[in-house]
Design a protein around this ligand. Structure first.
Ligand code: ADP
Ligand code: ZN
Length: 222
């Protein structure tokens, strides 16, 4: 059977569960998961030039400049693994980024097939982010009450000590929500206008949300 590349944008406010769901979706549909947040955190951890440039913006909850993020996206999109298609998690976050992604995909004779919007109320976002703990080694995400690691402190998968992300403290959380509303939420109208937006309730268990996202993918033919 011949399959074509599928390109899926996962949209939603910070703390909506994009990372967890994007991984599962990528696995289920055999797509490359591109998380610009994970890529940036990796650059920061390795102390690279883009990492040094990005770090202060991230810790304040602001957006990293488009050129820095755009270069990372381009590298991923042109990788061998991206030829089957991708789940974009945390990209695009601005109208300019949305246009860049459209242009890069057009060069590959591809386009965004569907944009899945994970909708979660503001009050819940703050609780989720403050209780979030992440594995610095493998990127797995936990929550102190909703999804605690088995031994209370270390990653179930690889055993590394879990950490609070540098941008999951109060001030940065509020700034990320503000930036989301100002810069990213307008993208909903862009994709709605193209008829490719699917709105998904992001509340409930990760399994429930995953099921709804799969339903949202039903309109997409491969
Ligand atoms: P969240 O969606 O929970 O805010 P991410 O891991 O997607 O978390 O992003 C963390 C931070 O990384 C953002 O607050 C921002 O500083 C930076 N970042 C990630 N993706 C982008 C992007 N596409 N453009 C600009 N900055 C980005
Ligand atoms: Zn781990």
């Amino acid at each position: 059977m011949v399959t074509r590349a599928l390109d899926v944008v996962l949209l939603g406010p910070p703390g909506a569960g994009k990372g967890t769901q994007a991984r599962r979706l990528a696995e289920a549909f055999v797509l490359l998961h591109i998380s610009t947040g994970d890529l940036l955190r990796d650059e920061v951890a390795r102390g690279t030039a883009p990492g040094l440039e990005a770090k202060a913006f991230m810790n304040r909850g602001e957006l990293v400049p488009d050129e820095v993020v755009g270069r990372m996206l381009l590298r991923q999109l042109h990788s061998q693994q991206a030829s089957v298609g991708c789940v974009y998690d945390g990209y695009p976050r601005t109208t300019a980024q949305a246009h860049l992604l459209d242009g890069l995909l057009a060069e590959l004779n591809r386009r965004i097939d569907v944009a899945l919007f994970l909708d979660v109320p503001d009050e819940e976002l703050v609780t989720r982010m403050a209780g979030r703990r992440s594995c610095p080694a493998c990127g797995s995400v936990y929550h102190l009450t909703a999804h605690p690691p088995k031994d209370g402190a270390n990653c179930d998968g690889c055993g590394s000590g879990l950490v609070l992300r540098d941008d999951d403290h109060d001030g940065a959380i509020r700034e990320r929500l503000r930036v989301y509303k100002a810069a990213t939420a307008p993208l909903l109208d862009l994709y709605r206008g193209r008829g490719i937006l699917r709105e998904i309730a992001g509340t409930g268990t990760p399994d429930q949300v995953h099921g709804r996202l799969r339903d949202g993918m039903r309109s997409v033919k491969r």
